[in-house]
Design a protein around this ligand. Structure first.
Ligand SMILES: Nc1ncnc2c1ncn2[C@@H]1O[C@H](COP(=O)(O)OP(=O)(O)OP(=O)(O)O)[C@@H](O)[C@H]1O
Ligand SMILES: [Mg+2]
Length: 338
């Protein structure tokens, strides 16, 4: 048995020439929680659209449980559940009625439908509120109902596009717990996208970091952070001429255990280091005698944001200013209910 999701050189070019997905290859094993992490517009939703048969790839191939997403699209749809980035539930119905409607799409016989509705309500912790109108639900409850709709036909693979977008951190954690339970209790394979780094870090067994349609790094969160050095040292010069600062940076770069030094914001620099506690005194020794003053030094464990920065030269969060942030706010408003 091969991997349950296999993507090979997937490409999607939209009319007008935008290469939304530009040669993406990866495999997901059965029972894994696999995450696509990347900024707005990276190509996450477009990849999901191809894997879930909603968009035809311009190039490359993808298989789900051995089934080709183009040739065997109907069969693929029976194996997968898909919870899109936008909420799909109807506010004017109860949770139960929403699920009933969904069961109708799958043409489930009445008895079976009722059984499965109870099953998925329990899975997402909504049994008690099933008879209430969705308009009385919190944002997290709506999302959980949305997930329940995607679970009704007992898929082997569940696709979740930005499952926690716009939710507060507590509600996000709650959703993570339900996602973990799906894997633990029924061994479901979960493919999710997110641009929250902590989410990918805490929830996913493996992550692909995607930027501008390409995978820039793939591995377990620990492997990825290990690749950029386990720790990040940030320091800032409070005084010194440009030449003196350049000389200081050159010396710092030569300290053993300092892997790389990049420009940070303002007068700051960011170094990826190992055994950072020892690097701190070494830094002061290295620059002794130069006409510079260090204003601040701080050491922290590497995060996936540092991984992204390392591979792309940008921060994921920098992307949140523009159109993407606006979309996030719009969806958020919808999630929260008017
Ligand atoms: N139907 C479409 N027609 C043309 N371009 C599109 C279409 N859908 C997406 N794109 C473009 O493809 C690129 C990738 O979009 P996609 O929605 O896959 O990104 P994403 O990673 O899901 O972003 P977000 O975090 O905002 O959801 C973007 O440049 C987007 O503008
Ligand atoms: Mg998206």
């Amino acid at each position: 048995m091969g991997a349950i999701i296999e993507a090979q050189e997937l490409v999607k070019v939209f009319p007008g020439g935008i290469r939304a997905v530009d040669g993406v290859s990866f495999q997901v094993e059965e029972g894994e929680i696999f995450g696509f992490l990347g900024p707005n517009g990276a190509g996450k939703s477009t990849t999901i659209a191809m894997l879930t048969t909603l968009r035809r790839p311009t190039g490359g191939t993808a298989r789900i449980a051995g089934l080709d997403v183009v040739r065997d699209a109907d069969k693929v749809r029976r194996v997968i559940g898909n919870v899109s980035q936008d909420l799909a539930v109807d506010d004017d119905l109860t949770g139960y009625e929403n699920l009933k409607l969904q069961a109708g799409f799958y043409r489930l016989p009445r008895r079976e439908a009722e059984e499965r509705i109870e099953e998925v309500l329990a899975m997402v912790g909504l049994t008690e509120r099933a008879r209430d109108l969705v308009e009385t639900y919190s944002g997290g409850m709506r999302k959980r109902l949305d997930i329940a709709c995607g679970l009704l036909h007992r898929p082997r693979v569940l696709f979740l596009d930005e499952p926690t977008l716009g939710l507060d951190i507590q509600t996000r954690r709650e959703i993570w717990d339900y996602i973990r339970r799906l894997r633990e209790e029924v061994g479901m394979t979960i493919f999710l996208t997110t641009h929250y780094m902590e989410e990918a870090d805490s929830l996913c067994d493996r992550i692909a970091i995607i930027d501008r349609g390409k995978i820039v790094a793939i591995g377990t969160p620990e492997e990825l952070k290990g690749r950029v050095g386990q720790e990040v040292l940030e320091f800032e010069f409070s005084s010194g001429t440009d030449e003196a600062v350049a000389a200081a940076v050159a010396r710092i770069k030569n300290i053993p255990n300092v892997r790389e030094v990049r420009r940070g914001s303002g007068n700051g620099y960011v170094a990826t280091v190992v055994q950072g506690a020892q690097v701190v005194p070494a830094l002061f020794e290295a620059i002794a005698g130069l006409e510079v003053k260090v204003g601040s030094v701080s050491l922290k464990r590497a995060t996936l944001d540092d991984v992204f920065l390392y591979y792309t030269g940008r921060k994921i969060r920098e992307e949140e200013g523009g159109e993407g942030a606006m979309r996030t706010r719009m969806i958020m408003r919808r999630v929260r209910g008017r």
